[in-house]
Design a protein around this ligand. Structure first.
Ligand code: DX5
Ligand code: ZN
Length: 216
């Protein structure tokens, strides 16, 4: 199976969002990654549900929503309402993760759990069987265009081991600093889903970049 590509909307040109979504629709992208930031969990504010509702109306690719906010469990219904396929919550932001995962499933979405670069994979031991995807942050969340943290490769190995031992079917997603250099190494390391923001949207030909990532 080829790698699932989820370009990150954060790096898009917001003045011309419609053209950006049309480009995604035409491209080989599998999903659209949507970064919601609240200025509390991370030191930046991006966009919220009114924008995602509009995006969802014209985007033909499934929405992969990454919530970098405190108390993401309060927004399960709203995330479902915009038609999200996947809801990613940070383990650092949720107190009752088991309950939240079940609420996400009950709302008809896939459940993703996200780890910051310094949060160990062992945090997932008691929920890995219930989740559909684990998102490993390979930069400190909050901003696009940051440098990839090399420790991520070792972390992918630890996560693959945990998934294999538990019999979980969780996909592995990596987000942050994914570009022409890191993407082939990540695909080789067994990553199922690659998120890429600036490498795709800041290129002269974003569709070509998506094609390149899709055909590593
Ligand atoms: C960072 C976001 C990422 C970001 C990635 O906090 O979660 O999705 O858009 O951007 P690049 O690919 O530019 O590192
Ligand atoms: Zn993200």
């Amino acid at each position: 199976m080829s790698t699932i590509i989820s370009p990150s909307l954060l790096a898009a040109n917001f003045v011309d969002l419609k053209s950006e979504i049309n480009m995604i629709n035409r491209s080989e992208a599998d999903w659209l990654h949507c970064d919601v930031m609240d200025g509390v969990f991370v030191p930046n504010i991006s966009f919220g549900f009114p924008v995602l509702e509009a995006v969802g109306k014209i985007c033909q690719k499934p929405l992969d929503v990454h919530l970098m906010i405190v108390h993401p469990e309060r927004y399960v219904e709203q995330t479902a309402r915009i038609g999200a396929m996947m809801m990613n919550v940070h383990v650092e932001a949720v107190t009752h993760l088991n309950r939240t995962i079940h609420e996400i499933h009950d709302a008809g979405m896939k459940a993703g759990v996200t780890l910051n670069p310094s949060t160990p994979v062992s945090m997932l031991e008691d929920c890995i069987e219930d989740v559909d995807m684990v998102l490993l942050m390979s930069v400190n969340p909050g901003f696009g265009g940051q440098r990839f943290i090399e420790n991520t490769y070792a972390k992918i190995g630890r996560l693959r081991k945990l998934i294999a031992e538990s019999g979980s079917k969780a996909l592995i997603q990596v987000d942050g600093g994914v570009n022409g250099e890191t993407a082939p190494l990540l695909a080789k390391a067994g990553v199922d889903v690659l998120v890429s923001g600036s490498y795709v949207f800041r290129a002269d030909n974003p569709e070509e970049r998506i094609h390149q990532l899709k055909n590593l």
